[in-house]
Design a binder for this molecule. Structure first.
Ligand code: GLY
Length: 529
């Protein structure tokens, strides 16, 4: 089964499984298919994280997060007076980190793939040539971004055609097809060297960017140890730094373990309050301690220590909200945009893969590499552009996440796998910037504590607290009116926000069948056999 943000990508992944490919093969095919079918977040010009568990229970994670170019510096988004220049880390050529997706897929295939590389890339090439029929949402995304595409490119990218896009239009990607052909034929070199590298370097020169051919050549995706945790008999396998996702998720679950959330009830005042207080404390830690482990010491064991987490919850007073200002003074947390994408795969052999991949913002930096047909990320904004100064989402980060040459920016992506009784139980993840962690947290609790099906769990309305701003952000139906009234009386501030996240998950049922959860907030779809 494959569950992703686009029906064509899920279909392509599933067809690879039908051909006898394994979950890792299907991952490669789905990642490339999303770059074609879902350009708002699917990518070859971005990066991501992957968590796997094989049929023997062996686990691992792959970090193919973008890196800062070698010429990047801590103050690169500031003027001579030290003021942050608005938009520089979010739009245009300087916003792009060195892409990691292609090297990630190559490394995955080398280690765990079964079918030939070309067989896995070909379906995306075919799709790019034949085109993808736009849904209402996709047409809208493209039209909303037209001005930004024109502003951030010297040429007119094909995504910004003159007349508005309509649902039912076919979007073809001929130049992207050619780039994918080079990747099919030359693997890593098809992107990080030769014509594609030339086109990226030329694009950088044209737009004042700093990614060089040397940066491309130097890029390396990295296998890392997973973050492991447990929750009431379930084993949690998730992504470690440079993503904050796995540590934060395991912290949250450990903090909830002493409580009987199932008995308190879904979205009861007590459940919402306990989850909120845990989130507030976890996001404060995230802001202060986490960054690229190749550059800063990340105190993983200390952050996951049960006694430490118990002491954090000991300060919760259920009679009233804890003000965020009293949780930790000083450094504030990171925040990332909503436009990322997640897919979950389980194959017929029992292997499972959980992948979250991103350009960061919608369509990334909006820079389309001329002649190569793909967009570059704006992942540099996930760094703290200046300590104490808010980023594009109104939040700031700490020293651990300052910009440095070749460093990876901190992420919230939380691709996760759960085991129960030593067997595969759930594959889960989502886009949603800083809300990724709390969305995965709720999807897990919805199944494990509240007895929902996987589909109900991903569709259920969600809420979120990230320490600062000190408010519970919630989808319209997420918290019943009477519970909202109780929370307000205890000093919580509630802020309604539009729907967020697209959790795509797979649950292994007791009879061994797979149940998909495809988030109805998007065009997400499952395909399986
Ligand atoms: N750019 C979204 C994230 O990495 O969390």
């Amino acid at each position: 089964m494959v569950v992703s943000a686009h029906p064509e990508a899920s279909r392509i992944g599933m067809e690879i499984l039908r051909k006898g490919g394994n979950a890792y093969d299907a991952t490669v095919a789905t990642q490339f298919a999303l770059a074609v079918a879902f350009p708002v977040a699917g990518n070859i010009g971005g990066g991501g994280f992957l968590v796997y568990r094989d049929h023997n229970g062996q686990t691992g994670t792959l970090d193919y997060r973008e890196k800062a170019p070698a010429a990047a510096s801590e103050t690169m988004y500031q003027d001579s007076a030290g003021n942050v220049i608005e938009g520089l880390s979010t739009d245009g050529h300087l916003a792009a980190g060195v892409p990691g997706s292609v090297d990630g897929m190559v490394k995955l295939h080398q280690k765990l793939g079964k079918l030939p590389w070309a067989v896995l890339v070909q379906p995306a090439i075919d799709l790019a040539k034949q085109g993808v029929v736009l849904t209402e949402k996709e047409a809208q995304y493209l039209n909303n971004t037209k001005e930004a595409f024109l502003r951030n490119n010297k040429h007119i990218p094909y995504l910004a055609r003159e007349q508005a896009w309509q649902a039912g239009d076919t979007l073809r990607h001929p130049e992207l097809a050619q780039t994918l052909e080079r990747i099919r034929d030359n693997g890593r070199e098809g992107f990080y060297a030769g014509q594609t590298a030339d086109l990226i370097a030329r694009e950088m020169e044209r737009g004042g960017g700093i990614i060089t051919k040397q940066d491309l050549q130097n890029y390396n995706a990295t296998w890392r140890e997973p973050i492991m945790g447990k929750y009431k008999g379930y084993k949690v396998i998730s992504m470690g730094p440079p993503s904050s996702g796995g540590i934060a998720l395991v912290q949250l679950l450990t903090m909830m373990e002493p409580y009987d959330l199932g008995k308190y009830g879904w979205q009861s005042a007590k459940s919402v309050q306990l989850m909120t207080e845990a989130e507030r404390r976890v996001y404060a830690d995230r802001a202060t301690y986490l960054g690229d482990p190749d550059f800063v010491q990340t105190p993983v064991q200390q952050l996951l220590d049960e006694a430490y987490l118990k002491s954090r919850m000991a300060t919760v007073d259920l009679a009233k909200a804890t003000p965020s200002a009293s949780v930790k003074a000083g450094a504030l947390p990171m925040h990332e945009s909503d436009q990322t994408t997640h897919f979950s795969i389980v194959d017929q052999y029992g292997n499972a893969v959980s992948v979250t991949t991103t350009l960061n913002g919608a369509y990334g930096s909006k820079v389309m590499v001329e002649g190569a047909g793909f967009l570059l990320n704006n992942e540099m904004d996930d760094f703290s552009v200046k300590p104490g100064v808010p980023n594009m989402f109104g939040l700031v980060g700490g020293k651990a996440n300052a910009i440095a040459p070749n460093k990876r920016m901190l992420s919230s992506m939380t691709p996760t796998i759960l085991e129960k009784d030593g067997k595969l139980y759930m594959v889960v993840g989502t886009p949603g910037g800083s809300t990724i962690i709390t969305s995965v947290f709720q999807a897990i609790l919805n199944v494990v504590e509240h007895g929902m099906t996987m589909q109900q769990a991903v569709a259920a309305p969600r809420f979120h607290h990230q320490w600062l701003p000190d408010e519970i952000q919630h989808e319209p139906e997420a918290i019943p009116a009477d519970v909202r009234a109780i929370l307000i009386s205890k000093g919580y501030k509630l802020e309604e926000r539009s729907p967020y996240g697209r959790v795509d998950a797979i649950l292994v049922l007791p009879n061994g069948k797979l149940e998909a959860g495809a988030d109805p907030r998007g065009d997400d779809a499952a395909a399986g056999f």
